[in-house]
Design a protein around this ligand. Sequence first.
Ligand code: DP6
Length: 369
Amino acid sequence: MNYHNSALTVVTDEVRPAALRWRSPSNIALVKYWGKYGDQLPRNASVSFTLQGAATDTTLHYGPRKSVGTGVAVQLYLDGKLEPKFTERTQAYLERLLPVYPFLRQLEIRIDTHNSFPHSAGIASSASGMSALALCLVSLEERLFAPLADRAAFYQKASYLARLGSGSACRSVYGSAAVWGEVPGLNGSSEEYAVSVADQLHPVFQTYHDDILLVSRTEKAVSSRAGHGLMEQNPYAAPRYVQANARTREMLQVLQRGDTERFGQLLESEALTLHALMMSSQPSYTLIEPDTLHVINRLRQFRTETGHPVYFTLDAGPNVHLLYPDTVGEPTKRFIRDHLLPYCEDRMYLADRIGSGPEQLEVNETTVA
Ligand code: DP6
């Protein structure tokens, strides 16, 4: 897919200042993307559930730029505060998109962004943040030029642009569940963008909860970017990629069948494999903490005692995600309150669930620059 288009330039005088706004959710990988090459292409396929509550609300304000330079003129505000670090990253990202959207040089851009989860929660905002921004950009293209062929083309382009910002973000543009990477037998699947697999979910998975236990809210010591880089020299990398591709295929079958037990086995092995890869990198590092293991052990005990299909996964950090169907919601919430909160920093956890995907919102007057 080549989205490069040098024809997408505007007549600056004709651009009226205006804004666009999208709310886009985070996602939790069931089979993990860990290792990349080239221009943000994944070393293996991955599959995720899209969340509902954890999301980024982004408003993109634009107007004509008085004197057009070579770079992009952008300022990024997080919760109303100008953020020089995020501004720099966003500028670099938008400049990488210039072959796709040359008009970005001709605009003055201000981005107002707000996460639904507290910054101090230690939850990564790159998937929700980059997908929200990518959706704003494709909406902007449609507004300045012409609508894309259809909604499928719109989301595919948004997923492609989100991927260039952060790999996992490409899966967040679809509700329910998405796959990124080439999967034999999955029509349209690609390394360049994610595809929706919402229509393949057995009803039991449509009710899934994801409760995020905040074991530690300290910022992680090694970024995902650095972690992906370390995979290039990891002795287990090659078999890992083979395993992850096979697991993505199997996970899709499991999601169709409604097999909550096999789902849990794959889910937990994926989480531990991700962290085993970090531990076997050179240099080695660990992101899990003692309380991460306490939670895991206590959960295993709960499962043995009750038989409830409650399983864990981990992101690139110490926090534990508990995934379970709504049918066991009540005993699971009670178990979390009574037995797991002591392992959480300030007894905090975020109750989330599988979600319906991004939505475009009305621009709120108070956020207009
Ligand atoms: C462990 O998408 O954050 O969450 O592409 O460098 O931005 P970049 O990395 P990122 O990596 C996420 C890795 C993961 C697993 C996953 O979401 O698939």
